[in-house]
Write a protein that binds this ligand. Structure first.
Ligand code: 13P
Ligand code: ZN
Length: 269
């Protein structure tokens, strides 16, 4: 028995995470247990689920997140592999609910799989998004090879330098990642400081942020959208790299060409 049985909408949401987990593995972005995904599934929770007892004692989140009162999430398990989650999402992830004090979570289903170590960042971001009235339900953290490589060049870490380079590689990147790539300086993985800096970058109007020399964190309506934005950015990073490997620095589209794109497609930047 799984909590997903007879709950087709919830099952579809969790299996979308499994599909994306497979893509992350195939792309080489998910070595070992690398990366994590969480989805706010509260809209799919029914009364029978609400009546289910927790299968673990409450665990402290490390922060009090008032907008998460009564919210439910599907979370990848810590130390679990994306390539395993792709096939068995409920054995490599779990469904949690936030307790009424907004400072703890408890696991409800299917098995006591401890959520990702990056839970502080994921839950802080969900708390922020709900507070803003955003429709975004999913957050994805992954280790895209070429984007992470680019974060090793200090020149690229100045505000919007990397965004401009990546947008200028191919028109689709600006069209489908129209807020660009925010930069979060290196912080210890899974720390509350990393969570706080991630929120600051998202508040600065980015949907995707680079965790310097570590990975990327993105938010979107659903997990597929959060993944797609990282995918288009990394495609640009590969074009940049391949041009350099061919022995020249790519010229990129001009500022005028990018402005025209924003006007015609009504883009925010
Ligand atoms: P978890 O296995 O705890 O999700 O950690 C993976 C990771 O990428 C940490 O940044
Ligand atoms: Zn990571």
């Amino acid at each position: 028995m799984s909590v997903l049985d007879n709950r087709p909408a919830l099952k579809a949401e969790v299996y979308k995470v499994a599909e994306v987990a497979g893509y992350l593995w195939e792309k080489g972005w998910a070595e070992r247990n690398g990366g994590n995904i969480t989805v706010n599934i509260t809209e799919h929770v029914d009364d029978a689920m609400r009546a289910m007892p927790a299968i673990t004692a409450p665990v402290a989140i490390g922060a009090t997140l008032p907008n998460l009162k009564g919210k439910w999430f599907y979370c990848k398990g810590t130390n679990r592999r994306m390539r395993d989650l792709a096939r068995w999402p409920m054995e490599n992830g779990s469904i949690i609910r936030i307790t009424d004090d907004c400072a703890h979570y408890e696991i409800v289903a299917d098995a006591p799989v401890k959520p990702t170590s990056e839970l502080p960042s994921h839950l802080s971001v969900h708390n922020y998004l709900i507070g803003k009235g955003s429709n975004y339900k999913a957050s994805v953290h992954t280790h895209p090879i070429q984007l992470v490589s680019m974060s090793h060049n200090p020149e690229f870490l100045e505000k919007d330098v990397l965004t401009d380079i990546l947008w200028s590689m191919i028109p689709e990147t600006k069209a489908f990642c129209p807020r660009g790539l925010g930069i979060v300086p290196y912080m210890l993985p899974s720390s509350v400081e990393l969570a706080d800096e991630t929120i600051k970058a998202i508040d600065d109007n980015y949907d995707v942020v680079m965790w310097e020399k570590h990975g990327v964190f993105s938010v979107g309506d659903d997990v597929m959208e959060a993944f797609d934005m990282i995918d288009v950015l990394n495609k640009s990073a590969i074009i940049y790299r391949d041009a350099c490997a061919m022995g020249f620095k790519p010229t990129g589209m001009t500022q005028e060409q990018m402005k025209e794109l924003s006007t015609v497609f009504n883009l925010p930047k």
